[in-house]
Design a protein around this ligand. Structure first.
Ligand code: FE2
Length: 386
């Protein structure tokens, strides 16, 4: 590597940083999260819940009325977040089997790409298990190409190429007209989505995201960071090259009692998406609105706020207001973040949501984990599953 005197020279060599960075990004450039699809037992009623409680807007629909025979899908939107709720209409297909096995949960984390055929080729040649061969779907608004691969458990990533499509969502969907349109609550985009995997499987799945999708590990927590007197887990955060897609991966760790991750794995019957973190730029307003509409959040004991300002320094918000809502605060080198967690939003104690507002901080609230997990344990104790 002769002749390299500074960073710029290094970036311009074939061994340089630029090349490393380009390699990491090149084979799978991701533009963002395209949609998240949940398989649910009753999409019509789930859609009502996400509109009423979470402020999602009616966007698109596919089902018997649009020529689909075996399922119904409702598409809901809030700013950049697109949720798809799908229910099977027959009892003999893969969607129904998924619900029998897992209950309501996330099946698809769809990623927006420039070239879905290339995304499929690049990931499967690096070892991804194919889920959907590249397929072209079209209607009067143009065409979309989608392809897909499996990730942990029965969860899949679908790559969506929509540069030649002007329609609402995907070919085959029609506009969903509804007279019931509660206002949004200020949810903006998906900040991160967390997967729970089995005992000792975290490393394997982090390596999957590194090898198959070109992600890099940005943060790691051991069970020393994330344990209480009773429960423990380990977590690593994987991110794509432009930082738009962040997937923390959790695995259970040994504690005195059952890890909350193990409880999830028991009730979901395997690995799956644990929580979807959605960003807001006014967490107090968003959480107030969600509470009024019936969303239940984890209870945070008042003592958490006693020495809050000593721990996190000066913040813009009124501590009493944060305390009233149970909003947690954590600080890192770059700033601070505010976050709160809903109780599980399905009857099986599996999936929940996080609402997060970042004020500079790019981390995930490790300083809150202990307080958070103690709150989760109280819920587990109530269920008799601790
Ligand atoms: Fe999170």
């Amino acid at each position: 590597m002769a002749g390299i005197k500074n960073l710029k020279d290094l970036q311009n060599t074939e061994y340089g940083l630029k090349k490393i960075f380009d390699d990491a990004e090149d084979f799978l450039p991701l533009l963002g999260t395209d949609y998240v699809e949940l398989y649910v037992g009753n999409a019509k009623q789930s859609a009502h819940f996400y509109k009423t409680a979470f402020g999602f807007q009616s966007e698109a629909y596919a089902g018997l009325e649009t020529g689909i025979k075996d399922r119904v899908s409702y598409v809901l939107k809030q700013d950049k977040i697109r949720l798809v709720l799908t229910t099977p209409l027959t009892n003999d297909g893969a969607i129904n089997e998924h619900i029998v096995e897992h209950g309501d949960g996330v099946k698809v984390v769809a990623l927006w790409v420039e070239d879905a055929t290339k995304a499929f080729e690049e990931t499967t040649k690096r070892g991804a298990k194919p889920y959907l061969e590249p397929v072209k779907e079209e209607d009067d608004n143009g065409f979309v190409i989608r392809s897909g691969i499996y990730t942990y458990g029965e969860t899949v990533h679908i790559f969506v190429e929509r540069k030649n499509y002007r329609g609402l969502f995907l070919p085959g969907y029609k506009k969903w007209e509804s007279h019931y349109n509660p206002a949004p609550v200020g949810l903006k985009f998906i900040d991160h989505m967390v997967g729970n995997v089995g005992w000792g499987e975290m490393k394997e799945w982090c390596e999957f995201y590194a090898r198959v999708m070109g992600f890099a590990q940005i943060i790691s927590f051991t069970d020393d960071d994330i344990s209480t007197d009773f429960t423990a887990l380990m977590s690593k955060v994987m991110s794509n090259g432009n930082g738009r897609i962040k997937f923390p991966i959790n695995e259970p760790a040994e504690g005195k009692k059952k890890s909350q991750i193990e409880e999830y794995l028991d009730f979901y019957n395997g690995p799956g998406v644990q929580h979807i973190a959605v960003a807001t730029d006014d967490i107090v307003a968003t959480v107030s609105a969600m509470r009024e509409r019936g969303v239940e959040f984890l209870y945070v004991p008042g003592e958490y706020y006693d020495d809050l300002l000593d721990r996190v320094g000066a913040i813009d918000e009124d501590v009493e207001v944060l305390k009233k809502h149970g909003i947690l605060i954590d600080r890192d080198e770059e700033g601070y973040l505010l976050q709160i967690f809903t109780k599980t939003i399905v009857d099986r104690p599996t999936m929940f949501f996080e609402v997060i507002q970042r004020k500079g901080a790019q981390s995930f609230g490790v300083g809150n984990f202990k307080a958070l997990f103690e709150a989760i344990e109280r819920e587990q104790a109530n269920r008799g599953t601790l």
